[in-house]
Write a protein that binds this ligand. Structure first.
Ligand code: SAH
Length: 232
């Protein structure tokens, strides 16, 4: 049976999944609690990584080395970078890219990690297609999009910063972990998908929208992860 690692940056993003797990054993490492057991009849390791790129990268490496997961799914919330992607909607990563990696001084485009052989980290297309299909069944009231998810160690809540990120990356939504997960999965050759439900529009209204819509958005992402597991 395949084993899936499921990462949420914040406790709120994984709490419901943890409650639904069976036969759980908990392992603590790097200030993270890895819940290993079954979820919807499938082998899973569910973990709160903490916020930001370094926490997310460390979390993937532990999932790879200690738990030998076959697949990694990141569930959570994000700020929309497209007018048609509304609060509550879901974005599935075609690929991930940093918006705050900047070595233009040496001729690299924004986002490119110097001396790495790729600008973006491609997510698994088969998992993405399955997620898109099942999302329409479990979350019929929202839209599901497939596009680039961008990350940086910044909560984006400013129109000008948002526009700069769009121009530099052509991202569809922005958050703080997905690309670190993508990069670590790429280095370990583990197929991955980032699933993000929109909590805000990454503009001047984000500080109000984020706390208002976070919970509701998380439910959409959690519904999808649970239904997706048996298809992996
Ligand atoms: N309220 C939290 C901090 C949340 S940081 C606290 O005080 O603990 C925002 C989290 O949601 C990150 O994990 C990030 O991945 C995601 N996120 C949602 N909207 C975002 C935005 N507009 N910009 C960046 N990250 C966003």
């Amino acid at each position: 049976m395949k084993r899936t690692g499921i990462i949420g940056a914040m406790e709120e993003e994984v709490a419901i999944l943890k409650e639904k797990m069976e036969h759980v054993t908990v392992t603590r490492k790097a200030d993270m609690e890895f819940y290993q057991g079954t979820l919807n009849g499938c082998e899973a390791v569910v973990v709160r990584s903490g916020i930001g790129k370094v926490n997310a990268g460390i979390c993937v490496q532990i999932l790879a080395d200690v738990f030998q997961v076959d697949t990694i799914i990141n569930t959570g919330v994000a700020g929309s970078l497209k007018t048609e992607i509304n609060i509550g909607d879901i974005v599935l990563s075609t690929d991930t890219m940093y918006h705050d990696m900047d070595a233009r001084e040496f001729g690299y485009p924004i986002g490119q990690v110097p001396r790495m052989d790729t600008l973006t980290f491609p997510a698994d297309p088969e998992i993405r297609k399955k997620a898109a299909r099942i999302c329409k069944e479990v979350n019929p009231e929202i839209q599901v999009f497939e596009g680039r998810i961008v990350s940086g160690d910044q909560f984006v809540a400013d129109k000008e910063q948002k526009n700069r990120i769009i121009e530099n990356t052509q991202g569809w939504c922005t958050e703080m972990e997905g690309t670190a997960i993508g990069q670590a999965a790429y280095l370990n050759k583990i197929p991955y998908l980032v699933i993000r439900a929109i909590s805000d529009k990454a503009d001047d209204s984000a500080h109000v929208d984020y706390p208002t819509f976070e919970k509701q958005a998380i439910i959409h992402s959690v519904n999808l992860v649970e239904a997706l597991l048996p298809l992996l």
